[in-house]
Ligand binder design. Structure first.
Ligand code: FE2
Ligand code: FE2
Length: 195
């Protein structure tokens, strides 16, 4: 991974003005998605370089009036072309960035694109769901343990309802495991709180 590419993405994300929860760092999300994508590549195969670069660039674009994947794909193509990087893999990288949110679209997409879709979806599912819900609750009026519990229960139901969105067998397996972690934690939390 080229050092200047990492710095470029970090700077572009910091400056693109996309709103987010105050505790959520989108560059940190990007690096976690890259980690999930590498795990999925080890299980599913696919071109590791395409996957690593696409994961790094997947959330680089933002525009209030246009789909963020489209903007990100343009930025990715322009940057890599100007730098003369990964030219033989450019189309595969740009496809993955351009379609990272299109879980409802049939494609057909390259395996690398399916892995980026799943990797993006896997982030903040699991223990991070509970961390997110705790921080989110703390920022609302009257935060409490039971308020966190109630909010996390809603998150769990939502996560379960989205299990069919995963596109690779390994993504589905990891997702189910992460959802189980949330379910187990909430079972114990319910017990500990005497609810
Ligand atoms: Fe995105
Ligand atoms: Fe993302």
């Amino acid at each position: 991974m080229h050092e200047h590419m990492l710095e470029y993405v970090k700077k572009t994300i910091a400056e693109n003005g996309r709103p987010s929860a105050p505790f959520r760092d989108r560059f940190a999300h990007t690096l976690r998605v890259q980690k999930w994508a590498e795990r999925l590549q080890a299980m599913e195969g696919g071109d590791l370089e395409v996957i690593q670069v696409a994961a790094l660039f997947h959330d680089v674009g933002w525009d209030e009036h246009r789909p963020h994947e489209e903007v990100g794909a343009e930025i990715t193509r322009a940057y890599l072309t100007a730098q003369g990087l990964y030219m033989d893999k450019l189309d595969a990288i740009v496809e993955a960035v351009a379609h990272h949110n299109h879980r409802d679209s049939p494609g057909p997409f390259r395996k690398e694109t399916l892995i980026i879709q799943d990797a993006d979806f896997l982030d903040e599912v699991g223990v991070l769901t509970l961390v997110w819900d705790s921080l989110g609750t703390a920022l609302k009026p009257n935060p409490s343990y039971t308020a966190v519990y109630a909010r996390a229960q809603r998150s769990l139901a939502e996560l379960k309802s989205r299990a069919g969105w995963l596109r690779t067998p390994s993504g589905r397996k990891l997702y189910d495991e992460q959802v189980q972690v949330v379910a187990q934690c909430l079972k114990w939390l319910q017990y500990e709180l005497g609810l």
